[in-house]
Design a protein around this ligand. Structure first.
Ligand code: GLU
Length: 289
């Protein structure tokens, strides 16, 4: 039997907070229950925001919490060549296209075309306008040769049309993993998402699906805020012929104001709580584990 594999995949662009502690500890608990292993993956593709100091803080906080993970740890910034190879496949298959519009241009275009009813993604961001998708190949080449900045975006319609099978995924109904239900992916809700950026041959979605497959991750346990992003990831898995993990999107730990915690919300930072005298046991109790 193959080993069941879970992963906790933080980004070192801020300090870990109670929400991360819950996610990491829940992954550990579920891996233990299943007799599986837990990996730690450092998701640091955003080299402008991720720092070695934040990464060191992640290790310090997780060790203090008593988390055990397999070594070596995969650090995404060390694997750009692998993501580039996968991106090249998507380019060759014409599933991605160069998108040249800046944020300001997108805003202006949407305002001109009637504005208010423009469709938005589940995060509330307006979908990318369809102009660049229709550019003739010659014009694309000219702009790239002229060094115009661009990002690679997924042609989501073409991609969905290319996938013959089901885009659903199996979601555990709770952390006991005794049952799953099928959820139908809706990648179109995100429009033509960014797959790679200038100077970085990947995006969050691409790196996650490539790594989950490379690391044989069988169980993806992460926060509910990533629930609908799973639709895009399922689509990429099918396009690239990658296996389909099972998922559990857990409840989020909310702040005293009832809102999602953020990395800038110092009071619930693990380092601050530790300095205030809390023990790992207190943290478990605070997050309800
Ligand atoms: N790196 C992502 C984050 O920090 C999590 C990615 C995932 O679990 O798929 O929110």
């Amino acid at each position: 039997m193959t080993l069941l594999t879970f992963r906790f995949a933080p980004s070192p662009n801020g300090e870990l907070h109670l929400g991360h502690a819950y996610s990491a500890l829940l992954n550990q608990q579920m891996a233990e229950q299943a007799g599986g292993q837990l990996l730690l993956r450092i998701e640091d593709i955003d080299i402008t925001r991720c720092t070695p100091q934040f990464e060191a803080g992640i290790f310090r906080d997780l060790e203090w919490l008593g988390l055990n993970w397999e070594r070596p740890v995969r650090r995404q910034s060390e694997h750009f060549a692998e993501y580039q190879a996968v991106l090249d496949r998507l380019i060759a298959e014409e599933l991605v296209y160069p998108a040249f519009m800046s944020r300001g241009e997108i805003r202006a275009f949407i305002a001109e075309t009637g504005g208010r009813d423009w469709p938005r993604d589940p995060d509330g961001v307006p979908l990318y306008p369809p102009l660049d998708k229709a550019l003739p190949a010659r014009e694309r080449k000219r702009r790239i040769a002229d060094n115009m900045p661009f990002a690679w975006r997924l042609d989501v319609e073409a991609a969905v049309a290319r996938v013959p099978g089901s885009l659903s995924w199996a979601e555990f109904t709770d952390e006991t993993m005794s049952a799953t239900r099928a959820i139908e992916a809706q990648p179109q809700a995100w429009g033509d998402v960014i797959i790679a950026r200038r100077g970085i041959p990947t995006s969050y979605h691409l790196a996650v699906v490539v790594d989950d497959a490379l690391q044989n991750v069988s169980h993806v346990v992460r926060g509910q805020d990533l629930d609908s992003a799973t639709g895009v990831q399922r689509l990429l898995q099918e396009l690239l012929g990658l296996p389909r993990p099972r998922y559990f999107h857990h409840r989020l730990i909310l702040g005293p104001d009832g809102r999602k915690l953020s990395k800038s919300f110092k009071d619930t930072g693990l380092a601050a709580l530790r300095e205030a005298g809390m023990s790992p046991h207190d943290i478990r109790r605070l997050v309800g584990l």
